[in-house]
Design a protein around this ligand. Structure first.
Ligand code: DOR
Length: 426
């Protein structure tokens, strides 16, 4: 059992009773409970994804809240924070309440809706932040993810307003005037491939601006999917200065570089783009020293007919819920960049802490039994056809990885058993 939130790393039993972690210790009797032998497996707090795009409402053909929940449970997750770039945008209490309610109905993970900062993600007038914060969905994280807030004045006003609700201002850092509709990372490879590049500075300028505004306003700031060495360094300095700044990185940014675009594969087109090796190495260093708090998927389903077209017309995004744990174990833990407890911290404890989810990210006695059990040594090959997500857009198809989810429990209820899900009709 490994749980960095309570400094737990030991071999022992756990008793799950009435949906909670009832007791831990060696030689526990199962009593009337069903005993599951998990010898050789790792028991950890269920994973928490801070960054999941569901396509409901609006594009239920691509992903519903129920199918995203299923993909999440299959990936070892017990909570997902859903991004607001749906149609309609989650910029009112009624939309976030609907997302929250559909999550409860699916009942496979805790669905935690994020709210938009601006109405319609237009970056002009503020969304119904107060109503969303006070709704049953109790929104804490606000973002216009999918694009960055271009106006520094709007960003400042939103931060000032969010403080009253203990809200988190979360940014997709991208200065559009510099990114200029780019298709990939700007560098030697974009020159070679003849695609317009997005310079690292398009991310770094906005990260620097937001850190300055967080210092000015005192608002909590979370930088989404950071991808450049410069952003990692900015966050490192902000933390050293004692600012309330957190950030996340995705498995694709610590696993792949812009080399993956050599064949113009639209499944490797993401935003922010896959960067060059020096940036990938800096992201790994940031995860290793804790500058980067969380690993988040940026799960972004897109229909085949939208992705399987010329590179420049394909929308950015890839599905990540069912590969994140294995990529973390294979790319970070196996090579020795991160210890196993640190990996679990980045995938579960830290995101739960940032989002303020008391039910998640811990195996402490008395907590709801949100648990993942995985085999750290099981080797498998990513087969998108087997995904529970409705979409298949991944550049990782055919990749050999190590580390497999065996059981997931959500509130004590098994959602994955022996690596299989009960295929409830969703
Ligand atoms: O690759 C991405 N896809 N990045 C984003 O910021 C948005 C997302 C999407 O919604 O498809």
């Amino acid at each position: 059992m490994i749980d960095p939130s309570i400094s737990l790393d030991t071999v022992q039993d756990v008793l799950i009773e009435s949906g909670t972690i009832a007791r831990m210790g060696k030689g526990l009797e199962a009593g009337s409970a069903a005993a599951i032998d998990v010898t050789g497996l790792v028991v950890a707090p269920g994973l928490v994804d801070m960054h999941t795009h569901v396509r409901e409402p609006g594009r239920e053909d691509e992903e519903t809240i129920a199918t995203a929940s299923r993909a999440a449970a299959a990936g070892g997750y017990t909570a997902i924070c859903t991004m607001p770039n749906t149609d309609p945008v989650a910029d009112t209490a009624s939309v976030v309440e609907k997302v929250w309610a559909l999550g409860r109905e699916a009942g496979l993970v805790q669905v935690v809706p994020a709210g938009a900062l601006s109405k319609g993600l237009a970056g002009e007038s503020m969304s119904d932040i107060g109503e969303m914060a006070r709704s049953v969905a109790r929104v804490r994280l606000f973002t216009d993810d999918g694009k960055g807030v271009q106006s520094a004045l709007f960003a400042r006003r939103a931060m000032e307003y969010l403080i009253a609700f203990d809200g988190i201002y979360a940014e997709h850092c991208e200065d559009e005037s510099l990114a200029l509709g780019g298709q990939m990372h700007e560098g030697d490879r974009s020159m070679k491939l003849g695609l317009r590049g997005i310079p690292a500075e398009a991310e770094e300028l906005m990260a620097a601006r937001d850190i300055a505004l967080s210092r000015l306003t005192g608002c909590r700031l979370h930088l989404l999917h950071i991808s450049t060495a410069g952003t990692v360094e900015l966050v490192r300095r902000a933390k050293a200065d004692g600012l309330q700044v957190t950030c996340e990185a995705t498995p694709h940014h610590f696993t792949l570089t812009d080399e993956a675009l050599e064949g113009y594969d639209p499944n490797a087109k993401v935003n922010p783009p896959l960067r060059s090796e020096d940036h990938r190495v800096a992201v790994i260093a940031g995860l290793a020293d804790g500058t980067i708090d969380a690993i988040a998927t940026d799960h972004a389903p897109h229909a085949i007919e939208e992705k399987d077209i010329e590179f420049q017309y394909a929308p950015p995004g890839l599905v990540g819920l069912e590969t994140a744990l294995a990529l973390t174990l294979t790319e970070l833990v196996e090579p020795g960049h991160l210890s196993l407890p640190d990996a679990i911290d980045r995938l579960s404890c830290a995101p739960a802490r940032i989002l303020g989810l008391g039910e998640q990210g811990s195996l402490a006695e008395g907590r709801p039994a949100n648990v993942v059990v995985f085999d750290p040594a099981a080797a498998w090959e990513v087969d998108p056809a087997r995904f529970h997500s409705l979409c298949r857009n991944t550049p990782f198809g055919g990749r050999k990885v190590t580390g497999k989810v065996v059981h997931t429990f959500f509130g004590g209820k098994p959602t994955v058993t022996n690596s299989e899900m009960d295929l409830v009709d969703v």
